[in-house]
Design a protein around this ligand. Sequence first.
Ligand SMILES: [Zn+2]
Length: 413
Amino acid sequence: MEISFHGAAREVGRSAIVIENREKILLDYGLKLNREEEPEYPLKVDPNHVFISHSHLDHIGAVPFLAKHGYVGNFYATDLTIDLMRVMLEDSAKIAKMEGYNIRYSRKDVRETLNRGISAPYNKTLSFKNFSATFVDAGHIPGSAGVVIETGGKRIFYTGDLRVADTRLVNGMKEFPQADALVIESTYAERNHPDREEEEKRFLDAVRTTMENGGVALIPAFALGRSQEMLLILEDLGYPVYVDGMAREATGIIRNYRSYLRDGKRLDKVCSNVGFVKDNRQREQIIEEPCAIVTTAGFVQAGPSVFYIRRLCLRKNSSVLVPGFQVEGSPGRQLLDHKTYNLDGETVRVGLHVDRFDFSAHGDRKELLHTINKVGPEKVFVVHGDNCEKFAAELKEMGFEAFAPEIGNKFPL
Ligand SMILES: [Zn+2]
């Protein structure tokens, strides 16, 4: 029996892990999104079974590629993840077409893939001929799961993306299944998050200052999880709050799955006070008055984020408040690092106030170490991070048999 790594190895993106014991069990099959380039794919695999941890593109983006290459089996995920996959995959096919790069699968492949989704509830063991699989709540975004695979007398726990601490939107991870081997994400292995309450206060102060100056606060956010979290934080702002882009559709879907939310009623109440933006005419209108706008794309590289930043970037009374990590080379990163924006081929110095906040949906160093200690594995495989080798070396010093696999590496279990 062995485990092999086909992506998310010493990098963030294109998650793809295979556990092989007579049959190949594939955990996630994502894309690595790069600015202005074709996304990177995980290595090619021909699985017998597929399990999906959650609906972010770096975990699902390559799933339709399996159908294209003749995979006719099902995939398992929570019902909410399957529903969100439709929005995410159709959107990625659409964006690829618009941007003129080849996404290597068609909308037909997406449709065929989605017909093969089987919903797996949390904490219910699914039995197969050579193995069993159990999904547990990973606390990352609504519907996100870690997967426990039991086969050949061993238990392997794959965390997907995880958060232990509660956020406003979802409860953190509460179950830590004992396992012989643990495959753990390490996005924030290098540091701890700031105190959440203080970060919310700092954020709301920045939004209110913008409102008092008569400006617009632009909050570019990812559609799944982050956008809804921001709407909850803005609950009592006292000024109009809008949601735009793919975040609008994702919010609608997530509201239908209350059991995955910490307080579904509260999200409903918040949404009843939020304006859902429909078109460019409405966009032009709302930016004439003080308001906060939560919109995709999160890296300010596409969608309504671009519409807004083009109009707001020279306004001194407005702000762009970035609620999380910005990938290298993205317009969001450029705004943060250089306070500039490329407007119609010209790099302009922006007038608006730029600030960054940490509302991450990933566990920090202390949460990752807590998870590892609770699971108590013999072997730890560190994936999905920019510093996997360093974290694995630190775990070794703590007495764990830890590895930072490279792409294509195989290990016996
Ligand atoms: Zn994720």
